[in-house]
Design a protein around this ligand. Structure first.
Ligand code: SAM
Length: 258
């Protein structure tokens, strides 16, 4: 006898929508989301679609009708609650567009809670298109089955970031000129009660040309800053951001056992 197929199927499209979801809610979609469902995925009435609202979690919905420019869905039941995300911020200096896009996408997949882009003296880029950034993280979250979107903040100058830095958050500063080996610093950060009692963490990474001496000094001057090394090679900014995030998730984030 053939096995009963899993429902919803693993291939069901996943979308974040901008309204609170609950049992029985009708969700009218238009624009790119309707185009994606109707033209790319070719959904038909009765087909399953998985919806997330970034508030309550993930829901199973079914297609009610499809038109030329819109699709209407009806929410059936909740599949998962919104996940708890490790309280880890990535603070990457802005990079050239393609490279920064990669940081946004991969940092979302790796599980960061927030991305705070930073503008430093040697940044080649100094702007970020907020709509484009939001689209990149949303599509990455849909693809990797996150139920919580990372916050993407407006770029801020390094001075402002440091001046406003919260007292209860460690600032791991990726310094290619040397620091504590990242693996040691992160493993220790998992047990704040044994050390400094700071539970929250962030990783600051420089741009293509690195930080200048004045910036390095200003970062080191804030009491929450911990210079770390990501090994003996000089990594590109995007590699350093993603390697550091990966290591933190493995040692102190939600990839690690308690
Ligand atoms: N200043 C460098 C130069 O031009 O030779 C390059 C900077 S690197 C491309 C960009 C950023 O990645 C650095 O500012 C630093 O934050 C981080 N980074 C790269 N390699 C690193 C390493 N081995 N350890 C710690 N951080 C590193």
């Amino acid at each position: 006898m053939p096995a009963t197929p899993a429902w919803p199927p693993k291939s069901a499209p996943r979308l974040f929508v901008d309204l609170p979801l609950s049992d029985g809610v009708r969700v009218p979609l238009d624009g790119p989301q309707a185009h994606y469902l109707a033209r790319v995925m070719r959904v038909a009435p009765g087909d399953a679609v998985i919806l997330c609202d970034n508030r309550t979690g993930e829901w199973l919905a079914s297609v009610v009708e499809t038109g030329k420019r819109d699709v209407v869905l009806s929410v059936e039941r909740q599949l998962r609650h919104r996940e708890a995300v490790p309280d880890f911020w990535l603070c990457p200096a802005l990079l050239k567009k393609d490279r920064f896009d990669m940081v946004l996408e991969k940092a979302t997949e790796l599980g960061v809670a927030a991305i705070h882009p930073v503008v430093t003296r040697r940044c080649v880029a100094d702007k970020l298109n907020p709509d484009r950034a939001r689209t990149i993280v949303t599509e990455a979250a849909e693809q990797c089955a996150r139920t919580a979107l990372p916050e993407v903040h407006e770029p801020v100058k390094l001075d402002t970031l440091l001046c406003d830095w919260p007292g209860d958050r460690l600032l791991f500063f990726a310094d290619e000129e040397g620091g504590e080996p990242a693996a040691e610093a992160f493993a220790f950060a998992k047990f704040p009660e044994r050390g400094e009692g700071l539970h929250k963490a962030a990783l600051l990474v420089g741009p293509e040309g690195g930080f200048d001496d004045g910036e390095r000094e200003a970062i080191r001057a804030i009491p929450q800053a911990r210079p770390i090394s990501l090994g003996p090679r000089i990594l590109r900014g995007e590699t350093a951001a993603l390697a550091g995030t990966t290591l933190w998730m493995g040692l102190a984030g939600d990839w690690a056992s308690d």
